[in-house]
Design a protein around this ligand. Structure first.
Ligand SMILES: [Zn+2]
Length: 315
């Protein structure tokens, strides 16, 4: 009964409904697009959802992130999303992972399909590496302002994410661009539809989709593989942990680099070579503020920040 309105569709039917119930989908990022896609797939009867997000719910999220309500403020998004999914469809098994996806925990992506609903390029390159190496399909999505993009990356396609978006630059953390709440929900409708096609073994789109909700424009862009793409040639720098996540903070010439190092040992070492200011949870050394899991660096360019990081912290 629950799925009767979609099993009568010629595109779905009883057989494909069984395939959805047997499917496992990972959703990385539970903001607006992730919320909508998770909700659509659980209502459509996808059997297992793995929900990954490193953030907690904030008041400013409620304008667009449909799985959350005021009582969720302060809760990890992954946990709040799981509880919402369970209350919508108790037949869907949902697991919450309030973690920061990186090369060490990336095996959590093991599933039939991965949905990229993140807001950062670092995670997308990591997902691309993982899916290329393990021959898994994934669906990219990105939304800003009134616009959005989405594209399927399938093992059978020649083009990968790195072929198109090679140059990763420090991602601005400032939320000054804003977001219209209809844009992620529209992109999610495309993403969840393609997910249903992929999970039921039907032919998904190969094009990059670009929409502007405000201008009512829709483009299907043909993209080509890059013959020089390093990922397509089998080099997985993100998966191998050779790339550090770098975030550029708005307008201040400040960069954040995440990394794994022995904090106490580094503090001891640096206190011998120069002056450090210990602030308890972190310490300052020259133009750097060092936390146990990351370093904030004042620098002119991303390259300079990377160089300072490798000179002081190492790789
Ligand atoms: Zn490629």
């Amino acid at each position: 009964m629950r799925y009767s309105r979609q099993t009568i569709l010629k595109e779905i039917g009883e057989e494909n409904q069984k395939k959805l119930l047997a499917s496992k989908v990972v959703i990385v990022g539970l903001g607006a697009t992730g919320s909508s896609s998770a909700e659509m797939l659980c209502r459509a009867g996808v059997g297992t959802l793995i929900l990954i997000d490193r953030d907690v719910v904030e008041l400013s999220n409620l304008q667009r992130q449909s799985l959350f309500s005021e009582e969720d403020i302060g809760k990890p998004k992954a946990v709040a999303a799981r509880d919402a999914i369970h209350s919508i469809n108790s037949e869907t098994k949902a697991d919450a992972y309030p973690i920061d996806l990186d090369h060490e925990n990336v095996s959590i992506l093991e599933a039939d399909l991965i949905l990229d609903c993140t807001d950062n390029l670092f995670t997308r390159f990591l997902i691309n590496d993982y899916c290329k190496r393990n021959k898994k399909p994934w669906i990219y999505s990105a939304v800003v302002g009134t616009k959005g993009m989405t594209m399927n990356f399938l093992p059978s396609n020649k083009v990968c994410f790195n072929c198109i978006f090679k140059m990763v630059e420090g991602l601005d953390t400032c939320s000054t661009m804003g977001i219209l709440n209809t844009a992620p929900s529209a992109i999610s409708s495309f993403q969840a539809t393609e997910a249903i096609k992929i999970l039921t073994g039907q032919k998904p789109s190969k094009d990059l989709i670009h929409i502007d909700l405000w201008k009512q424009t829709f483009e299907k862009i043909k993209v080509k593989a890059d013959k020089k793409c390093t990922v397509c040639k089998g080099s997985y720098e993100y998966l191998d942990g050779k790339k550090q996540e770098i975030i550029k903070f708005c307008g201040s010439g400040t960069y954040q680099i995440k990394g794994k190092f022995d904090y106490e040992e580094l503090k001891r070492k640096l206190s011998k070579v120069g002056k450090i200011q210990d602030a308890g949870v972190c310490f300052r050394f020259s133009a750097m503020t060092i936390f146990p899991d990351r370093v904030i660096i004042k620098a002119q360019t991303e390259e300079e920040a990377r160089t300072m990081y490798s000179q002081v912290v190492g790789n």
